[in-house]
Design a protein around this ligand. Structure first.
Ligand SMILES: Cc1cc2nc3c(=O)[nH]c(=O)nc-3n(C[C@H](O)[C@H](O)[C@H](O)COP(=O)(O)OP(=O)(O)OC[C@H]3O[C@@H](n4cnc5c(N)ncnc54)[C@H](O)[C@@H]3O)c2cc1C
Length: 397
């Protein structure tokens, strides 16, 4: 071994929620890990997410609980344990934006859902609110629908990236695919050479989100992971910066089994609030130009909140792509995904919420591989730290 070769137990590609959660989890178990990030930490899907840590009830909008909604029901409590310091991943410094996510509906939709929401199956997970407890944006007398409270959290994603990066900051390394090289062999990834430093990992985790397809293409060329493919789901999100003061964290239920609109609220550096809009608006928005999406968003807000005046609001769009393991008929996957082939573990959390599930799955694969933790390493100065990502609402306006 030359002086410039490092032999970590595990090399992780990607510094979004998946990679950062995993390096913290593996680090807590005593493994020596390095993480390579080609952009900024959190800077792709994770900082673009709405930060809702949900127990799957939004998938119950069709009027029944699917396997997807059952499998993630335990996740909000897993996050709460980590926030209390009772999990190998320490989230005690994580900032919560809202302890609950609301769901609102109006007229005919309200009556269709009432019996189901009141059913025994959902008891304790969803509560109908009295008008006095409605969030301020829905407290106007002109609003005639119902509001429910879900047992979900909304977290500050910037604080999530900070909290997960801090304990392992020196090990989160800048990686430049145009300069750095990967070498594959029959056992998987033989080495990564980063700014001249050769890294020979015991195991390698592909947790690069939208970057996984390019890494998989390299592996496929070396006749590895040939069965593994991803699916990409584009969204056109809308950011609405206003000075109405209301903070809303809520899904609007329409006639389909998906939320018409999902609203979360975030702070801009100038003190104004941004409503970040997803749901069907963002899914259908991929067929619209930016200008058309802004117009569609304004029309939707005027329809759903006729008592609020958004005429002075600034609107911006954000094109972002969700990356997931490939599914039959492009349905959304049910769980986090992790599979090992030789020294490669390919992973997708599929949702921020499912990061603890991903951690469990990857940890089981690492233990099954029988990896023995190596001695702590000293990192050479050639390895530079990956930069931190910046939330979109800090740079869209
Ligand atoms: C608009 C939107 C809203 C969402 N809202 C929610 C929500 O409210 N709740 C929820 O549970 N989920 C939500 N999700 C899903 C969730 O955000 C994603 O499932 C999750 O963030 C994916 O994390 P990740 O680490 O796999 O990917 P990412 O966060 O995209 O991280 C991957 C990282 O890998 C890096 N990378 C790429 N290629 C390479 C390479 N070759 N080498 C090294 N690094 C590389 C990228 O730069 C990036 O930083 C949302 C997603 C979107 C897009």
């Amino acid at each position: 071994m030359s002086d410039n070769t490092l032999k970590p137990d595990i090399l992780v590609f990607g510094g979004g929620i998946a990679g950062l959660w995993l390096i913290n989890r593996l680090n807590a178990a005593g493994y020596q890990c390095l993480l390579l990030e080609s952009g900024t930490l959190g800077g792709d899907q994770t900082l673009a997410s709405q930060g809702i840590i949900h127990g799957g009830l939004k998938y119950a909008l069709g009027g029944s609980l699917s396997s997807e909604s059952e499998s993630i029901a335990a996740m909000p409590d897993r996050w709460r344990s980590a926030m209390a310091g009772d999990d190998p991943v320490d989230l005690r410094n994580l900032t919560v934006l809202s302890e609950t996510q609301h769901m609102w509906s109006s007229g005919s939709v309200a009556s269709r859902m009432t019996n189901f929401f009141a059913s025994k199956m959902l008891r304790g997970r969803i509560d109908k609110l009295k008008r006095a407890d409605f969030p301020s944006a829905l407290a106007d007398n002109a609003f005639k629908g119902n509001v429910y409270k879900l047992d979900d959290l909304v977290i500050n994603t910037e604080s999530l990236i900070d909290t997960l990066s801090a304990p392992v900051r020196q090990r989160l390394l800048a990686y430049d695919p145009a300069r750095d090289t990967l070498e594959w062999n029959d056992n998987g990834l033989a080495s990564a050479t980063v700014n001249g430093v050769r890294i020979e990992p015991g195991l390698c985790v592909l947790a690069a989100g939208n970057g996984n397809p390019a890494l998989l293409a390299q592996a496929h060329k070396a006749h590895l992971l040939e069965q593994e493919h991803s699916q990409l789901r584009p969204l056109k999100m809308l950011l609405v910066k206003h000075d109405l003061g209301h903070r809303l964290y809520a899904h609007c239920v329409g006639t389909s089994n998906k939320p018409v609109l999902t609203v979360t609220s975030h702070d801009c550096p100038d003190g104004k609030v941004v409503w970040y809009l997803g749901g069907e608006l963002a899914e259908q928005g991929v067929d619209r130009s930016d200008q058309e999406q802004r117009a569609a968003g304004r029309a939707e807000l005027d329809k759903l909140f006729p008592w609020l005046d958004f005429s002075n609001a600034e609107l911006a769009t954000l094109d972002v792509v969700r990356a997931e393991p490939k599914q039959e008929n492009r349905v959304k996957p049910d769980n986090a995904y992790a599979r090992r082939d030789r020294n490669l573990i390919i992973s997708w959390p599929t949702k921020l919420t499912l990061a603890p599930d991903l951690g469990d799955r990857v940890m089981a694969l690492v233990e099954e591989h029988g990896l023995q933790p190596c001695e702590p390493m000293t990192l050479p100065a050639e390895l530079k730290q990956a930069p931190m990502g910046v939330p979109y609402w800090h740079r869209c306006f």
